[in-house]
Design a protein around this ligand. Sequence first.
Ligand code: PLP
Length: 404
Amino acid sequence: MKNSKLLEVARKFGTPSYVYDTTKIKSQYNRLRKSFRQVNKLEIFYAVKALSNISVLKYIHTLGAGIDTVSIQEVRLGIKAGYPPEKIIYTPNGVSIDEVNKVSKLGVRINIDNLNLLEQFGNLYPKTSVCVRINPHVMAGGNNKISVGHIDSKFGISIHQIPLLLRIINNTNIKVNGIHMHTGSDILDIDVFVRATEILFQTALKFKDLEFIDFGSGFKVPYSRTDSETNVEELGIKLSKRFNQFCKDYGKELTLAFEPGKFLVSEAGFFLCSVNSIKQTTSTVFAQVDSGFNHFIRPMMYGSNHYIENISNPNDSKRFYSVVGYICETDTFASNRRISKISEGDVLSFNNAGAYCFSMASNYNSRYKPTEVLYINNKLIEIRKRETIEDLIKNQIELDFDKL
Ligand SMILES: *Cc1c(COP(=O)(O)O)cnc(C)c1O
């Protein structure tokens, strides 16, 4: 997005604000589809947890995608956004059979990653179709918090437990129509990814009723012009060929599915905040902004390095700043970052603010959450109002201690 448009957002809707450029979401979606054009049946399920504003969900629905959900609430949001149940995959981890039960009644596709749960579910609904999440035990992912496919991960059913899995399927008569893996975020090495898919292909041969294979996600997106990213085009060529071969061996044309979150929305998002003050200490120049990890936690939680630009004054001489928030804890967005000279009142723009940004925002320090704005057809449209004090106390019950 152009700086002038971003400044317009700050002017019209104030800061802190998130802006999402629909053109980028669409081009990423089309890029993934095009990379896998050799596969006849391809389905893309957007991972709702990355960014769950209902207008974003509705927009992604217009592109033709389905959604991947991890909670019953995300399923309900998806239904509200207009997704038909068959376009919704529910991939929970560590939830109760009660929740799985309720979701199953909504008619969505269930993906089970726990043998115990599978057995309970199979006993309740024999002959139902489910997908099973397999853990291929391949080490992948950018950091430990987002790497979920390794040997001691809590996710998925271990490939070493396949015999047990098959026994449960036999005993309960449940039908496995899909197998799934999701090894984690930020996969750079395509061969590592392909190795994991190979394990899934081997496993798939043991299931007779498959309709689809779901390779989850893990596409890494670039955080700057020089940063690396998953080469989805190369992956598309390699994996499509292997997938088509697999279908021949299996004797049936299956659907290939992916569940990208970050890939679709990360680069589409910008986070805008204003500089409250400049504080010079003996060692550092701090730019203190009207936000903190309550609104944007990725740098503090994952150590992610978001490109920051001073869009109010982009072409001045560069200086070193530590960009920090107003939370009463250390909330450093960036240390010693070269940014065009910053003055009080300037608006800073953070890149890659579409995925796992607003969806992780909180009201910590009793601050209002940021506004969200959609950029579509050259129009800026607010899709989340700024909160008020009423929102903070909405569900609180205020006691009258004189009467107790
Ligand atoms: C989080 C998640 C995704 C999306 O991961 P990204 O790295 O955002 O693409 C896909 N599938 C499952 C099961 C997930 O939990």
